[in-house]
Design a protein around this ligand. Sequence first.
Ligand SMILES: [Zn+2]
Length: 94
Amino acid sequence: MTTTCAASFCSNSRYLAKKHNIDIIFHKFPSEPVLLRKWILFCKQEDKWTPSKNHILCSSHFVKDDYQLINSPSKENKKTFKKLKPVGKPLLSV
Ligand SMILES: [Zn+2]
């Protein structure tokens, strides 16, 4: 299981986020081919690199507008959480 952001220039990981209590979330790569291509280009990995289903990209590469707020389906837990819109593509670099 990969726990580090797939962008070659980014070192965010689930471990660091948890350890330092950083407010970032991680996203799986999209299955839609055009969008997937944009995510792959963004990662600046070596040629022909393709993400596996375990690869993730962290939320620091997305802007606020890429997210929609979702109400938690749980009645006990009234939290809202951020969900990446289906068209969300990474724009920002660290
Ligand atoms: Zn990242």
